[in-house]
Design a protein around this ligand. Sequence first.
Ligand code: NAI
Length: 252
Amino acid sequence: MSRASGLRGRIALVTGAAGGIGEAVVRLLREEGASVVATDLGAPRLEGKDVWPAALDVTDSAAVDALIDRVEQEWGAIDCGVNVAGILSTDTVVETTDTTWRRVFAVNTDGVFHVSRALARHMVRRRRGSLVTVGSNAAGIPRHAMAAYAASKAAATMFTRCLGLELAPLGIRCNIVAPGSTLTPMQTGMWADEHGAARVIAGQPERFKSGIPLGKLATPDDVADAVLFLLSDRAGHITMADLYVDGGATLR
Ligand code: NAI
């Protein structure tokens, strides 16, 4: 990827960086020579001159603005942003409480808005930058017991596309990566019974794989590779795209 990725020496901000996909995005960005502001609810445990670990709750717009302003002043211009933070609800609609609905939208939709807006305010001045939102293939097709999650991801996806349209005249690109089932704590949590993630319900991984033409779940690196491509100069003429990384599940 390094031949023309253009990521070497750039600064990227990643949310949800302590999770399965976020960790992979941070690792691959560093391998490409980028410096990374790695954020999550608690600061990720990372060390090195090329990483700034920070605690950041994406639902707190004032905290988002403050961190991004601080990084811009003390570290340099943030060239790339990756919205990875997200939470899942698998309640049916009749089970979904107001609190759950609002929480899912607060993280998955409002969080993407807060972070993208704060980054865009700096990027428009420089007329340079690239954003990627990790959406979901659940945003495109109705799923059982996923109304809040799928709706929040559909909103984040359309928001990112509209932002891409606004920023395109400035050369700033905004894209979406839509993973299918990916082997992370979020996914394995769905397979756990009510006693916790340690006990995976028999047959669940096989049931998920059977719906995927490529016959396997995505790894976090599969998703991170797509994120890095869209962030990079190799995707220089791609904006408002929604790249599915789901082994063909959506089109089967
Ligand atoms: P994960 O649960 O391993 O990581 C999510 C991270 O987001 C966690 O580290 C968590 O602390 C962080 N987070 C939660 N609320 C936050 C908040 N308010 N502020 C900041 N950080 C917060 O999950 P995974 O699988 O790595 O998911 C990453 C993204 O990929 C999510 O947006 C998820 O919806 C999406 N995705 C995941 C799929 C999967 O099968 N694992 C499939 C499709 C999409």
